[in-house]
Write a protein that binds this ligand. Structure first.
Ligand code: FAD
Ligand code: SF4
Ligand code: SF4
Ligand code: SF4
Length: 393
């Protein structure tokens, strides 16, 4: 655990320790890569150890893999699929739960393109949470807010990365709050870069266009010839210009999909496994066309894991608005690597961060993803060496 061993890979940046500290003596400080870590003001600390006990890196109440129901599905409206990252499962879930008077916590961009958790209690408000933002968001003090709502008898749907869901559950357990009125939805999570990296990329976009970016949307579903590339992004500038960028051309998408600048904890993520933290897990049903050829995963098909009875109850309700087909957990873990093991980082991650500081984001991405004979040989030898070592152990 980071608060004891100070190893960066043991901190997910969830901010639960800062939110739980009774003396308010933990602040989050940025390191040289732009990731935030807790710093304790030892003069004010009363040694209560709540900060260590809330940490999601020590979370151990995972679901039983064998009790998970797994579905692939699409929302029954192409407009909703188009406005969602995958097949629109999140929309189906919040629509059902709003009808039951739940309030919804999700992740949105604020007016300055900062990624953060917010609360909505209407269908219109929840639309801002649609589409993945591939940046580790600010949890924005939502853990104490949710504690207070549950104590007041309100019903809450919380969506976030698995590390954020685990942090919330630890936070509520320590506050001895009844979680019967809470539904948690986590994502199959590949890893995340940070806000400072995203800001530096946006600044470069603005300098190039000589105009402010007013809207940014990941997973914009762009028709390319007859197919669709749901990994592209849409960028809207204040001068009215709208650009759609593809991962092969855009520095941020290239960095994200080539695993160049994720948080160190993502490399050893304790949540990248079929046993889950939350009631429901959402992701992409990659390779679904092999089972159901009429579905195109690039256009967006959701993978939905109902991890316990609460999750199964919600999935029963969304059958009204989604076409769902049963798949097995073994198929899901085979076709979605993040359900088996954490992401392997790009070999040139360190080089990227060194260059980012000196030359900026785009230059660092270009230099680190350029294929040279040296680097492809280096990567090949490293992969072989790792395989060899695994065989020996
Ligand atoms: C950082 C990240 C990595 C991911 N990696 C994978 C992966 O490797 N494999 C895979 O199958 N799926 C991955 N996903 C999930 C996938 O991109 C979709 O978010 C998911 O399938 C839900 O799609 P939807 O159509 O149901 O929801 P949408 O309507 O698109 O809703 C998006 C949901 O994601 C939440 N969200 C958006 N941005 C963030 C964020 N930064 N942090 C926390 N929550 C957020 C919103 O609150 C909302 O609940 C990842 C998502 C994120 C945010
Ligand atoms: S031990 Fe208690 S007082 Fe000290 S930093 Fe942690 S939570 Fe705060
Ligand atoms: S509680 Fe969260 S922010 Fe604090 S040390 Fe643990 S992982 Fe890091
Ligand atoms: S990969 Fe793991 S540690 Fe990284 S953001 Fe996702 S859930 Fe958190």
């Amino acid at each position: 655990m980071y608060l004891q061993d100070k190893k960066k890979k043991h901190c997910t940046g969830c901010r639960a320790c800062a939110d739980i500290c009774p003396k308010g003596c933990i602040s989050m400080k940025e390191d040289g890569e732009g990731f935030l870590y807790p710093v304790i003001d030892s003069e004010q600390c009363i040694q209560c150890h709540l900060c260590e006990r809330v940490c999601p890196v020590g979370y151990d109440a995972f679901s039983e893999k064998d009790q998970t129901d797994v579905w692939a599905g699409v929302y029954d409206s192409s407009d909703v699929i188009c406005k969602s990252s995958s097949g629109g499962a999140f929309t189906a879930i919040y629509e059902q739960l709003l009808e039951l008077n739940y309030v919804v916590y999700g992740v949105c961009f604020d007016e300055n393109l900062k990624v953060k958790h917010a609360m909505a209690d209407s269908s219109e408000g929840c639309k801002a949470f649609r589409k993945s933002k591939y940046v580790l968001g600010d949890t924005n003090h939502c853990y104490p807010q949710i504690r207070d709502r549950l104590k007041n008898g309100e019903k809450v749907l919380f969506t976030g990365t698995p590390c954020q869901c685990a942090a919330l559950l630890q936070f509520l357990a320590l506050a001895k709050v009844d979680t019967a009125n809470l539904i948690t939805v986590d994502l199959i999570c590949h890893g995340a870069p940070n806000q400072t990296l995203f800001d530096s990329y946006v600044k470069e976009l603005e300098q190039r266009e000589n105009s402010r970016v007013t809207e940014y949307s990941f997973r914009s579903k762009t028709p390319i010839e007859r197919s669709v590339n749901s990994r592209s992004a849409k960028i809207v500038f204040a001068n009215g210009s709208v650009k759609t960028v593809l991962p092969k051309d855009d520095p941020f998408l290239k960095a994200y999909y080539s695993r160049l600048c994720y948080r160190p904890s993502c490399k050893v993520c304790p949540f990248a496994k079929p046993q889950r933290v939350s009631d429901i897990t959402l992701g992409d049903a990659w390779a679904i066309e092999l089972l159901y050829p009429e579905w195109d995963p690039l256009a967006g098909v959701s993978l939905i894991l109902a991890n316990n009875e609460k999750g199964k109850g919600v999935v029963e309700r969304i059958k009204d608005t989604m076409t769902l087909r049963s798949v097995t957990i073994d198929w899901a873990t085979q076709s979605n690597r993040q359900l088996r093991e954490p992401t392997e980082f790009h070999d040139r991650r360190r080089r990227f961060f060194r260059r980012w500081k000196k030359r900026g984001f785009s230059s660092a991405v270009a230099a680190s993803t350029k294929d040279s004979l040296y680097w492809s040989l280096y990567a090949k030898v490293k992969r072989r060496w790792k395989r060899l070592m695994r065989g020996k152990l």
